[in-house]
Design a protein. Structure first.
Length: 193
């Protein structure tokens, strides 16, 4: 009985989350009500409240899972090896494409801008601790500035990719980010003045 109950709970939560993501694609977070969510999910309010305190509790649960996934990916690579940065970026891009609806939570105008900042901050801190400090320690470059530049440029590329329905493969986007980061505009054959 417990196993059957667990499956039902998982199914109900899945339906609620999918309905929430559907609504989030249509309207801003602050406009999503429990009533609208229950209507979309075809459940009653008591079912919703048996799983979540409110809309923000639901959102926090989804965000927590995304952050745990991102953390696991960031920690899976050794950034002292040059090819690991590309592998990590490719892994992140694949995750975003495989979880395209969750990606919209991160990059949507309707999503939570604070969550996007938290994801950016976490990647920024990770890169500072594991990559940039070692690579720029004997140069006059401030690793914090370099990391900020790379992260925000990368986020802008990913944001554009997500908004354009992820037409390119994750590998192409990862390659572009790695090449832009490592070689600047000369990576695409443009000459600097």
């Amino acid at each position: 009985m417990s196993r059957r109950t667990d499956r039902r709970v998982q199914y109900t939560r899945s339906v609620i989350e999918e309905s929430f993501l559907t609504l989030l694609e249509q309207k801003p977070l602050h406009s999503i009500t429990v009533k609208a969510l229950c209507s979309e999910a075809d459940i009653n309010r008591s079912t919703f409240y048996s799983h979540y305190k409110d809309i923000h509790d639901l959102l926090e649960g989804i965000q927590k899972r995304i952050m745990e996934d991102v953390e696991a990916m960031l920690n899976a690579f050794d950034y002292t090896k040059d090819d690991e940065a590309l592998a990590m970026t490719t892994s992140l891009m694949r995750y975003l494409k495989e979880n395209r609806r969750n990606s919209r939570i991160i990059f949507s105008d309707h999503g939570d801008p604070d969550f996007q900042r938290r994801v950016i901050y976490r990647v920024h801190r990770h890169l500072l601790q594991s990559f940039f400090r070692d690579h720029v320690k004997d140069t006059p470059i401030n690793p914090d500035h370099l990391s900020t530049f790379v992260i925000h440029g990368s986020i802008a590329v990913v944001h554009s990719w997500v908004r354009n329905n992820m037409e390119e493969s994750p590998e192409v986007i990862a390659w572009m980010i790695a090449n832009f980061t490592n070689h600047g505009i000369s990576a695409v054959g443009l000459q600097t003045p």
